[in-house]
Design a protein around this ligand. Structure first.
Ligand code: SAM
Ligand code: SF4
Length: 335
């Protein structure tokens, strides 16, 4: 087989979207994502920025057209702007989009530089516009800093999409405020169903589970929802609100089967390649990265892994028991 042939999985899905977690650390401690006192990985376990460069470059060589940098909080990794600058060399030469998912806390510092590196869109996670609730959810975060970061991103020319985890008893009462704020500010808005990731011990995720079907029903009380055909290959579905023209997304990993069009894989900050967010099977890409200065073995390992990409995942809340519960945290796989 041609060493550089694009990645196609056993279900004929082309794999052209890579999400890479560049750190397990974060300046926040969101309750659904991390414990307050986290034991982070020793630095030697993390891929170096050079290794991350080789890894991403290899994937671009194998047909990846969209690269999303995530974490942990990607913008707290030291030297990360150098990495973005390096990755920008692939834009227009295989790579169509370089982007990131961030909690927004460092955007005030880095937004302009991200734009210079060819980033045009960022996803910012923001669940509430209420200062006290924000501090409660993120434990260590401050709302004002994130709002300033979002302003800076906008001023730098970045398109901002807001991702909000739907949390019953937390931001359900704010649904229309969030929608209005995003409309006023010109941000797209996507809601994410809270997922049973990790075992944080202190809170029962099921208590906070707010099905997006309910959220959608509430929206229809005030707006006309027009389904959009747009598909990203991921778990998001979009509607347009006829009254405001704004786009709202729903990421429903539990209640919808989106796997048939899956075009993505994830790499953790230690170089594990996960072929599916909901399955444990993974491939160690750090070993070939560290064992050889040449990328042949790395490419082979990637191809092998893609040939094992499963058809779909096993989450299921419907039986009030979390089937297929994942023991790893979102901060590990990067969401
Ligand atoms: N720190 C960055 C951020 O917060 O955007 C990037 C990493 S974070 C793990 C990526 C996304 O995962 C965020 O939008 C976050 O809200 C979401 N997330 C984390 N834990 C989750 C969970 N248990 N269920 C659903 N989404 C979760
Ligand atoms: Fe940090 Fe993002 Fe996880 Fe919150 S969701 S703790 S910001 S990695």
């Amino acid at each position: 087989m041609d060493m550089h042939a694009p990645l196609i999985d056993p279900f004929a899905r082309p794999i052209n979207y890579l999400r890479v977690s560049v750190t397990d650390r974060c300046d926040f401690r969101c309750v659904y994502c991390m414990a307050e006192h986290m034991q982070f990985l020793p630095k030697a376990e993390l891929l170096t920025l050079e290794e991350l460069d080789r890894l991403c470059t290899t994937f671009v060589g194998l047909g990846v057209r969209k690269l999303r940098i995530t974490g942990g909080e990607p913008l707290v990794r030291r030297g990360i702007m150098g990495f973005f600058r390096q990755m920008s060399r692939h834009l227009g030469k295989g790579l169509d989009e370089l982007t990131l998912t961030t909690n927004g806390s460092q955007l005030g510092k880095y937004a302009a530089e991200l734009y210079e590196c060819g980033v045009r869109r960022v996803n910012v996670s923001l669940d509430t516009l209420d200062t006290a609730k924000f501090a409660e959810i993120t434990r260590w975060g401050r709302l004002a800093q994130v709002l300033d970061g979002i302003k800076a991103a906008k001023a730098a020319g970045l398109q901002v999409k807001i991702n909000a985890v739907a949390l019953k008893g937390v931001n359900d009462v704010e649904l229309f405020d969030l929608v209005k704020w995003c409309s006023d500010e010109g941000h797209d808005l996507t809601f994410i169903e809270v997922m049973p990731m990790g075992d944080l011990g202190n809170e029962d995720r099921l208590d906070q589970y707010w099905p997006l079907s309910d959220l959608r029903d509430q929206l229809t009380e005030r707006f006309t929802l027009l389904d959009l055909a747009e598909r990203t290959g991921g778990p998001a579905r979009y509607v347009k609100l006829a009254e405001t023209g704004q786009k709202i997304g729903f990421i429903t990993p539990m209640t919808h089967n989106f796997c048939e069009s899956c075009n993505r894989v994830r790499v953790t900050c230690t170089g594990e390649l996960f072929m599916c967010l909901g399955q444990e099977d993974n491939a160690d890409l750090r070993a070939p990265l560290r064992a050889y200065s040449d990328d042949t073995a790395l490419r082979e390992e990637i191809r092998n892994a893609i040939s094992r990409k499963p058809k779909g995942h096993d989450f299921d809340y419907s039986r009030q028991k979390i089937e297929g519960q994942m023991t790893r945290h979102m901060s590990h796989t990067g969401g």
